[in-house]
Design a protein around this ligand. Sequence first.
Ligand code: ZN
Length: 709
Amino acid sequence: MSARSSLRSPKWWALAAGVLLLAWLFCLPRNLFPDTPYSTVVESAEGELLGARIASDGQWRFPPADTVPQRFATALIQFEDRHFRWHPGVDPGALVRAAVDNVRAGHTVSGGSTITMQVIRLSRGKERTLWQKFIEAVLATRLELRYRKRSILALYAAHAPFGGNVVGLEAAAWRYFGHPAAELTWAEAATLAVLPNAPANIHPGRQREQLLEKRNRLLKRLLEHGDLSAETYEAALEEPLPDKPLPLPSLASHFVERCPAGERTRSSIRYSLQKAVEATVDRRSDDLALEGIADMAAVVIDNTSGAVVAYVGNSSPYRERPGRQVDIAAAPRSTGSILKPFLYEAALEEGVILPRTLLPDVPLNLNGFTPENFDRQYYGAVPAAEALARSLNIPAVFLLREYGVPKFHARLREAGLSTLTQSPDHYGLSLILGGAEGRLDEVTSAYSALANNPSFPAWYTFEALKEVNRPDQLDWRLIHSVRKAAWKTGTSYGFRDAWAVGMTPAYTIGVWAGNAQGQGVPGLTGARAAGPVMFDILNLLPRDDRWFEEPYEGGQSAQVCKDSGMLATPDCPAEEMLLPPAGLDSEPCPYHASGEFVLPPAMEWFYKPYHPEYTGAKRKTGSPVQFIYPQNGALLRMPRQLDGSIQGVVFRAAHHDSAETLWWHLDGSYIGETTLRHEMRLTPPAGKHTLTVVDGEGNSAFVSFEIAS
Ligand SMILES: [Zn+2]
């Protein structure tokens, strides 16, 4: 069979047609815009635009939406492609009309391209030649097979140029009109419909007149087509063209920075709450800036979902200062006392203490670590709940030693504190006093999880923290809230970080104040700088008078000593209390052994002045004499004076009977005697020593310690 005859065979024609059909079927790439970078777009929980970041190629190009707002779609179809709804991607009539127009004008005045063909052109970015137009037409017919008309319109709207670095309808609506595309007026929709045809016309100058003329011509056509009423038409003609591009909304800017790049994110941020929290933080921060406290951050979490509903990474972005760009809500900062509630809750859960167990508050030296309370006082013995409410440091250190640093460290990591990067040994007991760093967002989240925990240990923690009558420098005149919150403050060493975290059953609010650059400021305390802001924000939240409910189940009834807060012995004045189950295995009260409430001498020495009802021992029980400072095994350093001389260390002892005389012996040698106040300043040489005190009846106490070389 010759080639000639084969061409005449219908079989070969069918094969050729089949090949062409296959080629057509596979001619369109799966993704039309594979390497197109998009802006990062972040919306509130309600769908409002919070903020956006420019795409990596410097264009404002929002990620494609599924649909196109009706007014724009109508205006665009009327302007670009009147038969769009019916044609298969190519409009032969329009092509013929365009050809005739162009011949008449002597140059190209109209392309005759359909919207579908323009989508193809936008995706390929090729020159405008007849051959390219032919390819665009073929691909357009294929695109029509793949997508519905609505999706083709959406593709066009997302990638059309709108002048300058504005690409896509959504970015254009925001940049030129300051609102979403869904809210475009007819005049705005018409402006944006004609703009991709001549995007340079948006620039000021004579071309703007052409743009206005084009817009008005389109409005006229829409009127004639019955798309808008005569009144709407008249009003639309009055609308001016947009001026220079507007800035995009910039709420929760640091939160926006944290969202995935190049994507549209529907966040959990609540739009109006975010706005109000930002305003509050800015106002408070501007006031504090006068005192040298430049920066502030705040985070609000919905306890039920654990979602962040407001996030301020730093205050007043427009106030000039170094560090204003820093997102401090996500920066590691010294935690001060802000982790204490977690220790209280953990110790309750494991039965290390009961809610009001007396904790020692006496001078402490643990291997050279000598914590002090904020007010540098000692209270002898303080119920754990009160020690937490007053944020006393020494009882917290005693409690952490009882509970165990490694266990607490692990618990904090489990609660989501990613900043605890060092080993438990590295932090030691200072872990509870700000030795570790924490991020406001993570700390607030850990509190929120606590607030959402319906257990007895958590409930006792809220109860302890709702005590607001606390001696920690809070100026209540600055606080206008009558709302109830369980809250805790923190102040880091050197007044560098002020924290306040408050919980209600529904929300947790975390506030940090200080300087992003790290410098400390006298008066920068959690209660003063962060507390009032926390209460301001509390007032912005939906009113809710619920309080944390005592858990229905999980509590064990037990008799608890009224004086020591520990499990009652038959000698104790007792009351019934519901305890976490492990509490039943906690230690019984050791202070009522003889029917009287008697604290060890060192605790008693500091406890008595604050407790006039305390009588102490009437009968002789145990040793009446005890060292207050140092404890056994202490490591002491000898402070030097400016002139180089050694100042010595003050050793202190206490006796139940304030009239007693004590005789002092260092390493077996008599060194002196004391009455009433049993204190002695000594300068023993470096090395290990033993100090002994003896009273008139032969009762004695001794302490072994080491002087550091
Ligand atoms: Zn007791």
